[in-house]
Design a binder for this molecule. Structure first.
Ligand code: ADP
Length: 151
């Protein structure tokens, strides 16, 4: 029997409590969940990618089947490298659905063995997005309410 490995990909700039919820729920569904921080070196981030990797790793110290990796290629190809057969994504609303629908078709084309699996957001976390957290941070506002660790 093969172990089920799910890749949870994203920019995670920064990782939020919404992301944490998807990872925790995913960790009960799959043998292993890899949080993949997609890093495009030509794009500037607000939060350093190595720092984010460390913070996310310590957030899941209590879960032995969660690991955090940084990757710099197409998500569908990275999934092949790590032998992930599942792509874990979160769905907040219809905007997410439209977007996820098209990228999952593209990913299926690139990697036919990869099955996308979607978890509906936990309602109190549905309003959280990395974009909003970045906006608050830029203007010096408190972000602790939205992020599972101190930044
Ligand atoms: P990307 O840069 O690929 O959009 P994100 O970091 O924004 O990556 O999100 C990664 C995944 O997490 C996506 O599937 C997104 O729908 C999901 N996600 C983001 N915020 C939430 C939330 N508050 N609740 C549930 N899922 C979420």
């Amino acid at each position: 029997m093969h172990r089920s490995i799910a890749l949870f990909p994203g920019s995670f700039d920064p990782f939020t409590k919404g992301h944490e919820d998807i990872v925790r729920r995913g960790s009960f569904l799959f043998d292993q969940v890899i949080v993949g921080i997609g890093h495009n070196t030509s794009k500037t981030r607000m939060f350093d990618v190595e720092l984010m990797k460390e913070k996310i790793s310590s957030c899941f110290e209590d879960l032995e089947n969660v690991e955090v990796l940084i990757y710099q290629k197409l998500t569908a190809e990275f999934a092949k490298d790590i032998e992930a057969k599942f792509l874990l994504r979160g769905l907040r609303n219809t905007t997410d659905f439209e977007y996820e629908n098209s990228i999952s078709q593209a990913n299926k084309h690139l990697n036919p063995g990869l099955e996308s699996v979607f978890l509906i957001t936990t309602p109190p976390l549905a309003h959280i997005s990395s974009t909003i957290v970045r906006e608050l941070y830029k203007f010096g506002k408190e972000i602790n309410e939205f992020v599972p660790f101190n930044l």
